[in-house]
Each structure stands twice: as C-alpha cells, then as structure tokens.
Design a protein around this ligand. Structure first.
Ligand code: AP5
Length: 206
C-alpha cells in the first residue's frame, strides 16, 4: 500500500503515522524528519533547507523530489510506504505520479485556530523523538524515556501562522488534485487521537 498523509501542519499526521504503519506494515517516511536530520548533521541538503524551514516556507521542489525518490527506492519500500509531508505542491504531486503513484491519500482536517494551539504547545523528545502536547504533560521530561523535551524552532508563534498560510496557498490545492484522481479520503482530525486513528483505519478499509 502506497499511502500519503495530507493535511495542515499540526493536524496529527506524525501522531497517527506509527499506528498506521504498524497496521499496514509499511515504513513511515516523514520529509520533515528527514530534513531536520539533514540540518542536524550539517549536510549540503540540510544547509540549503534550514533557512526555508526556520521561516516556515517550503524547501524547493527539486530537493524534495530527489530526496523522496531515493528513499522510496530503498528495499524496505518494496511493499509500499507512508509519505508524511510529501507531496506539498502540485509539482511534487506530479513527480510522485511518476516515481510512486499513491493508492490512497488521507487528508486529515483540523480548523486553523486549533492548529495554532497544537503547534505552539507541541514538545518533541530529543532522545526518542516522541511528540507530546503541553496540555497532557505533567513533568518537564519525556514521559516515555526521560529525555529532554524541546520546542521545534518552527513551532514558535512567529512562524506558525506563516506555515498555515503556506499550507493554504501551496498544499491545499492537492485536495482537488487527488479528488480528481479518486484516491482522496477525508478524515476529521478534530477528535481524540484514538478516534482519528479509527477513522483512518475505516477510510483505508484496514
Ligand atoms: P513537517 O515536519 O512535515 O511539518 P508539518 O507538516 O508542518 O507537520 P507537523 O509535524 O507540524 O504536524 P503533524 O501533522 O505531524 O502533527 P503532530 O502529529 O506532530 O515539515 C516541517 C518543514 O519542513 C516545513 O515547514 C518545510 O519547511 C519542510 N518540508 C517538509 N516537507 C516538505 C515538502 N514536501 N516540501 C517542501 N518543504 C518541506 O501533532 C501536532 C501537535 O498536536 C502535537 O503536540 C500532538 O501531540 C498534538 N495532537 C496530535 N493529534 C491530536 C489530536 N487528535 N487531538 C489533540 N492534539 C493532538
């Protein structure tokens, strides 16, 4: 199964990915995680991407298409994959049609005002990479591994509204793109994480 998670920043794509990947036995490919790892290692891709990411803008299409093309050619993708955060532009979606046409595209929808609260309150464990929200945290360290919790640079209030604007201008047109292809499944992401998972499971017939 070749899956795409579409949806605005903070919709819960990353939160849902682990369960969906376990269910369908496919690898989770998050372009945001791949780029953050490249930034942390200081690779040429990371150096190029950092300025765009810190501003909440999209990294150029050619960087992403090459990165994803190489990743989905790896042996663990032979039975499919879950792309989380790609495609994000019509040009990326057209490229994906050539290199790994998706079987289903899940659009997780959440109203903008809730997204801002989710993004600015998100904390990520530096050690195990778990994602949490300040509203459910009782301590200052990761409840899973005790690692340090940090706020992503692009989750600071100065950047979050721009990320939402970029989503509406450049990524939301993909909803019609995939509607026309007949692969779009819309899921209400404004529910509890387990309700959202169940809705995705039903939408995918799994
Ligand atoms: P990326 O890392 O992909 O960020 P994003 O799409 O903005 O998505 P997020 O990780 O912010 O949100 P999410 O939907 O995964 O939400 P989460 O589950 O964490 O991209 C970062 C940057 O990289 C981009 O801005 C761009 O610069 C670059 N980039 C990446 N891909 C690119 C591409 N293809 N082209 C060009 N540039 C690219 O949840 C958010 C919060 O909500 C958490 O605190 C969580 O605990 C909470 N939460 C989750 N579910 C629920 C729920 N059901 N109820 C209540 N709270 C919930």
């Amino acid at each position: 199964m070749k899956l795409v998670f579409l949806g605005p920043p903070g919709a819960g794509k990353g939160t849902q990915a682990a369960g969906v990947c376990m269910r369908f036995k496919i690898p989770h490919i998050s372009t945001g995680d791949m780029l953050r790892s490249a930034v942390a290692k200081g690779t040429p891709t990371g150096l190029k991407a950092k300025t765009y990411m810190d501003a909440g803008a999209l990294v150029p299409d050619e960087v992403l298409v090459k990165m994803v093309g190489e990743r989905i050619s790896e042996p663990d993708c032979v039975n499919g994959f879950l792309l989380d955060g790609f495609p994000r532009t019509v040009a990326q979606a057209e490229a994906l049609e050539e290199i790994g046409k998706p079987d289903a595209v899940v659009d997780v929808e959440v109203p903008d005002e809730k997204l801002l609260t989710r993004l600015t309150g998100r904390r990520v464990c530096e050690s195990c990479k778990g994602t949490f929200h300040i509203s459910t945290l009782t301590g200052t360290v990761c409840p899973d591994c005790g690692g340090e919790l940090i706020q992503r640079e692009d989750d600071k209030p100065a950047t979050t509204q721009n990320r939402l604007n970029v989503y509406h201008a450049q990524t939301a047109p993909l909803i019609d793109f995939y509607k026309e292809k007949g692969t779009l499944r819309v899921v209400d992401g404004d529910k509890t994480p387990s309700e959202v998972f169940e809705a995705i499971r039903v939408a995918l017939g799994g």
